[in-house]
Write a protein that binds this ligand. Structure first.
Ligand code: ASP
Length: 283
């Protein structure tokens, strides 16, 4: 949203700084992606973690995924209400669970067993979203009640000195969604994909459309077939619009670490670290 551009740029910058600090000292892409997404989950500017949109029952339900492009292992969680940083839980699932995706109460049980602190569901709710929700339930759901109907899923992609590529995505989903609704974000190939033979991708936008075209995997396949990073990003958003009439965007890195980004919404906040180490952010 126009009124949030400065906050979005600042959030992207902080996330990039957190991730880059790890990569710069030779750290792993998985740590960089987790650190960057935690920054964004903690920032109420974004629709992830604290400050997410509320569902029709006035509760926050969070979804997240992380994927390792070297092994093709992924971990995903959906509909969690008591986990402040679902990207941390997604990583625990990826690294220490026999399954790839856990939802709801089972995911929260796994979080507790894995040593992640559980929070109260109310701790994820910010005043702005509470007010927006209160207006929505009085009548027809109207987007002007919200800070924005879509104030933004978050994602990160990192490539480390080993050439490993990891991608992650975290979201509160769409505002006033039905309880139990899961969008594209935590679904492998839809909201996120990573393969060191192609690159890493994280998507945002209208989940019901993104799922139809398996957007992240479509972009990764384009990278695999030799399209450059920017061409693959552009082609993916064109596909989303043409075949699913969808609005959204994505960020990606090709296997050599070149960034690409595209969106067909008025804005999408994004950023990357340039080869000289400087941080670039834009909407
Ligand atoms: N893709 C998310 C979802 O449908 C929402 C978003 O990216 O804003 O849950």
């Amino acid at each position: 949203p126009d009124e949030a551009v400065a906050a979005c740029l600042a959030g992207c910058r902080r996330a990039l700084e957190a991730g880059w600090a790890i990569l710069q000292r030779g750290g792993a892409a998985v740590d960089a992606v987790e650190a960057a997404i935690v920054v964004l989950e903690e920032d109420p500017t974004f629709d992830a973690g604290f400050g997410s949109h509320l569902n029709r029952d006035g509760r926050v339900e969070l979804d997240a995924i992380i994927m390792d492009g070297a092994t093709l292992n992924a971990g995903a969680v959906a509909c969690v209400e008591r986990v402040r940083n679902p990207i941390r839980l997604a990583r625990k699932v990826m690294e220490s669970c026999e399954h790839m995706m856990l939802v709801g109460a089972g995911a929260e049980q796994f979080a507790a067993a894995a040593g992640l602190p559980l929070c109260q569901p109310e701790e994820l709710i910010c005043e702005r979203e509470k007010k927006a929700w209160a207006k929505c339930v009085q009548g027809d759901h109207l987007s002007e009640f919200h800070f924005s109907p879509q104030h933004g899923t978050v994602g990160a992609v990192a490539r480390d000195v080993q050439g490993h590529i990891v991608a992650g995505t975290s979201t509160g989903g769409t505002c006033c969604k039905l309880p139990g609704r899961v969008g594209d974000s935590p679904l492998i190939g839809c909201g996120c994909y990573a393969d060191i033979e192609a690159g890493g991708v994280s998507c945002t936008g209208w989940g019901e459309a993104i799922m139809k075209v398996v957007l992240a995997k479509s972009a990764a396949d384009d990278l695999r077939s030799g399209r450059n990073a920017q061409e693959a990003a552009d082609a993916a958003v064109q596909l989303l619009a043409r075949r699913a009439n969808g609005a959204g965007g994505l960020i990606l890195l090709d296997r050599n670490g070149h960034p690409g980004f595209a969106f067909n919404t008025p804005h999408m906040a994004y950023g990357y670290v340039a080869p000289d180490g400087s941080i670039v952010t834009a909407v």
